[in-house]
Write a protein that binds this ligand. Structure first.
Ligand code: UDP
Length: 422
């Protein structure tokens, strides 16, 4: 198939760990590579955020990335990008010309707005292109947890469900998301499930582990944003010390790429202030962004990886830890409910519960044999279920289901995105 991916803010070529660059970038990059390896031709469209970027960057046989002019050619927060989706759609439709792809797969709701617009433009020329949508995160869930701190544009409230109803098929990444999508009014028969995956060539249990400075190490990896709950890991470190387990360091990876950036990062400052207040600052290591290639050695250096978000659309870090044979302590939310099996590959704790987190960590640190068994089972689970090739095969099935439908049938369930101008 000829496949167009749209990922408006999350370029597969971007460095990871900053506020807007994480799992979606990994997902789009790895899924596209896996689809190309399966013989498809894939072009990823993303917004040009730097004037010096070439128009098209070849990645591997069958895959390239196209930078489309849409808004100012500089980095902007993703929540500021909605006004430029029309330009992105125009750029995509113009690149398609009279040879549009078999499917267009949009990532994140704003890319869905652009993909549906591009598809409509192609449709008027007699070339219908089915639209598949992966949301990665849902505004309803974000608003529920972040309330007034949610910086999404207000239009997301009505546009996101509208994208859901208008796309030919939604690809959810976990069972919790299916539940949320149905609550948004999307019929179950238009939802497929394909999880995120893990790069099993990069992440494995064999290979070096970086040295640690204490008997025990806990690691927390991800974008430094409050909802990732890294503060809970700092609190758990202090609670462990109260139980006499104090030769433990907490390594936090993610955030700015250099120390000057970290010093001015509000979340990094908040975490350090908390660590100082709890008397554990000397055992909290704030590393900043780590390149992908360094991540396996980082994960392997830990006795346990903590993923304690308030909510999590999917969560690739737990899969990476599992693939490295490291047990995961995860809040029982979103995708982590599917990936981590309590008592088998890691431990689940309720979200926002530092005591429960400390209790689970104590269980692992005091029982290394148990921790090793969970790690080994996690590795097996990651290898058996979450290779990107398997995810690509599931995604391919969803594509085939839409290509099979006639254009007329598709148009009967396509709904206008609403009368409001963007
Ligand atoms: N990551 C990275 N370097 C960092 C921080 C994160 O390479 O400094 C990667 C991490 O290994 C994972 C991704 O970014 O592959 C984060 O994905 P996840 O789904 O866990 O979180 P999201 O960013 O989507 O909320």
């Amino acid at each position: 198939m000829r496949i167009s991916m749209v990922s408006e803010h999350a370029s597969p070529l971007a460095a990871l760990g900053s506020v807007d660059a994480g799992g979606q970038n990994v997902h789009v990059a790895a899924l596209s590579v896996a689809l190309a390896r399966r013989g498809h031709t894939v072009r990823v469209y993303t917004r040009r955020d730097d004037p010096d970027l070439p128009a098209v960057v070849p990645v591997c046989p069958g895959l390239d990335v196209m930078h489309v002019d849409a808004g100012p050619a500089r980095s902007l927060p993703k929540d500021a990008l909605l006004p430029y989706m029309g330009e992105l759609a125009a750029g995509i439709a113009s690149d398609w010309g009279t040879a549009p792809p078999d499917v267009v797969h949009a990532h994140f709701w704003m890319s869905g707005v652009a993909a549906l617009d591009a598809s409509r433009r192609a449709d008027t020329m007699g070339y219908p292109v089915p639209v598949l949508q992966t949301f990665h995160a849902l505004g309803t869930v974000k608003k529920r947890h972040q309330g007034r701190d949610d910086t999404s544009p207000p239009e997301r409230t009505w546009l996101e469900p509208s994208v859901g109803r208008s796309a030919d098929r939604i690809i959810a990444t976990c069972s919790d998301e299916v539940f949320e999508l149905k609550a948004m009014g999307i019929p179950g028969n238009r939802i497929s499930v394909a999880p995120c995956g893990v790069d099993l060539e990069l992440f494995g249990s064999q290979g070096p582990a970086e040295p640690r400075g204490r008997t025990h190490r806990i690691a927390a990896v991800g974008r430094l944003v409050p909802r990732k709950g890294v503060d809970l890991a700092v609190q758990a470190l202090a609670l462990l010390a109260e139980e006499g387990i104090d030769d433990v360091e907490l390594l936090i990876v993610g955030g700015a790429s250099d120390s000057a950036g970290l010093e001015s990062d509000p979340e990094a400052r908040r975490l350090l202030a908390l660590a100082r207040a709890l008397g554990v600052a000397d055992r909290v290591l704030l590393r900043g962004q780590a390149p992908r290639e360094a991540m396996p050695a980082v994960l392997r250096s830990a006795d346990a990886v903590v993923c304690a978000p308030w909510y999590e659309p999917f969560g690739i870090v737990p899969l990476e830890a599992m693939a490295c044979g490291v047990p995961v302590v995860a809040s029982a939310v979103g995708g982590l409910i599917d990936t981590v099996v309590h008592g088998k590959t890691g431990l689940h704790v309720p979200p926002r519960d530092p005591e429960a987190l400390a209790g689970a960590l104590a269980e692992l640190l005091q029982n290394p044999g148990y921790a090793r068994r969970l790690g080994a089972a996690g590795r097996q689970r990651a290898r058996a279920r979450y290779s990107w090739d398997r995810v690509a095969a599931d995604t391919e099935k969803a594509y085939q289901m839409t290509v099979g439908g006639s254009a007329a049938a598709r148009r009967t369930h396509l709904q206008p995105l609403g009368g409001k101008a963007l």
